[in-house]
Design a protein around this ligand. Structure first.
Ligand code: LMR
Length: 396
């Protein structure tokens, strides 16, 4: 049965961690997987998470199964973060929400639901998009097309080109949008573009699927949700995959949520039961730990404030690294070429480099990031930035 299977190439993002770990060069810099690191290069447990964990150790008392929709209160907490209290209440009769194993699990469950409801659906993804989007939608049996998004020459979003490509979509197609902190480019939709996209999706009968994995890393928790809120307000049907990996630093706990807005009578019951059934045949119910921590934090005003402060500190530090990086490039005359990095948002930016140049940096300088040129800015430190700048200059 298995004899014909041959080894596959490493994952373009996750595979880099092993390479970097094995590298003994003391100057190595890992700008690969999107995880936040502090100035010592460490991904530490957030203080609010540690406090919630200690509380949980004392109070959990059982490891019995949790309900298929997840840890009690967790999906409410996520919806409150995404929509705010008032809008969450307004949306409630139309919404289903289910806890998932991470943001990736939410994407897969969402695509599975779409495939179950309408197997012929085409998903439109941005050019470029996160390396795992297309494999995940394909694994769910869906096909995809690509819409223009990033103008590499000018390092900006080309909204006109995006709208022009989506004119080619047909009724019922799904449009995958990055809610904020676009991965891999760091270039978000301008605030005023959301209205035009909603108008076009409404006109053509398209269904939005928003991927929100970095809430709080661009401008702030509610600021980063502004586009999502407009979409869920305006569109009769919408899907959102949510990840707590980055903003709560819960990466390995696989903590995410899928939210779906439906238009039919009894939308909540119809969508929730279908989602729970798909989950049941896949992993039964999600893991409890990370969701319990998020819920504990969100239900305790002091812990919530601590968490929001820690999130703001991560955001500010990444922004200051962006500025330092571009400053460090200036003596080499590269501040123009890569200057957009300073104004982009979230963990990533896309350097306009060829795969060969990226591989050269990896081989000769022990600097690790995927071949598409995506850097995890959170992997920089004030100490490694001069080395990064000098290494980049060696390419030109
Ligand atoms: C990333 O894009 O680096 C992260 O979302 C981690 C992953 O799973 O790829």
């Amino acid at each position: 049965m298995f004899a014909h299977l041959t080894p596959l190439p490493a994952d373009p993002i996750l595979g880099l961690s092993a390479l970097s770990k094995a590298d003994t060069n003391p100057k190595k810099v890992d700008l690969g997987v999107g995880v936040y690191k502090d100035d010592n290069g460490k991904t530490v447990i957030l203080g609010a998470v540690q406090a919630a964990y200690e509380h949980m150790v004392e109070t959990e008392g059982s490891k019995v199964y949790i309900p298929p929709v997840g840890w009690p209160g967790f999906t409410d907490a996520c919806q409150e973060l995404v929509f705010g209290e008032a809008m969450k209440a307004d949306l409630a009769p139309h919404m289903a929400a289910i806890q998932t194993p991470g943001g990736c699990g939410a994407l897969r469950l969402g695509f599975d639901l779409v495939h179950q409801a309408a197997p012929e659906t085409t998903v439109w993804v941005s050019n470029p998009t996160w390396a795992n989007h297309v494999p995940t939608l394909q694994a769910a049996g869906l096909s995809h097309k690509v819409y223009d998004y990033y103008d590499r020459e000018n390092s900006t979003v080309d909204v006109d080109a995006m709208l022009a490509s989506l004119e080619g979509a047909k009724a019922g197609d799904l449009v995958l949008l990055h809610a904020c902190c676009h991965n891999p480019t760091g270039a978000d939709l301008p605030a005023d573009a959301w209205g035009s996209i909603i108008e076009l999706m409404t006109k053509k009968g398209l269904v939005p699927f928003l991927d929100m994995a970095y809430q709080g890393f661009a401008a702030g928790l509610s600021e980063d949700a502004a586009g999502v809120r407009q979409v869920f307000e305006a569109m009769p049907e919408a899907v959102l995959s949510y990840s707590c990996s980055k903003n709560f630093g819960l990466y390995r706990e696989r903590t995410g949520c899928l939210m779906v807005k439906g238009s039919q009578k009894d939308a909540t019951a119809a969508l929730t039961t279908n989602l729970a059934k798909i989950a049941r045949t896949n992993y039964s119910m999600p893991p409890a730990h990370g969701a319990a921590l998020v819920t504990t934090i969100m239900q305790n005003e002091a812990l919530k404030q601590d968490w929001m402060d820690e999130l703001a500190a991560m955001r500010k530090r990444i922004n200051s690294l962006r500025a330092s990086f571009v400053n460090a490039l200036s003596p080499y005359g590269l501040d123009n070429r890569f200057g957009a990095v300073a104004g982009q948002t979230g963990m990533f930016s896309l350097l306009n480099l060829t795969p060969e140049q990226v591989q050269q940096l990896r081989a000769e300088r022990s600097i690790y990031f995927p071949d598409n040129g995506r850097i995890n800015v959170a992997g920089m430190t004030e100490a490694n930035i001069p080395y990064l700048a000098e290494s980049l200059s060696s390419l030109f």
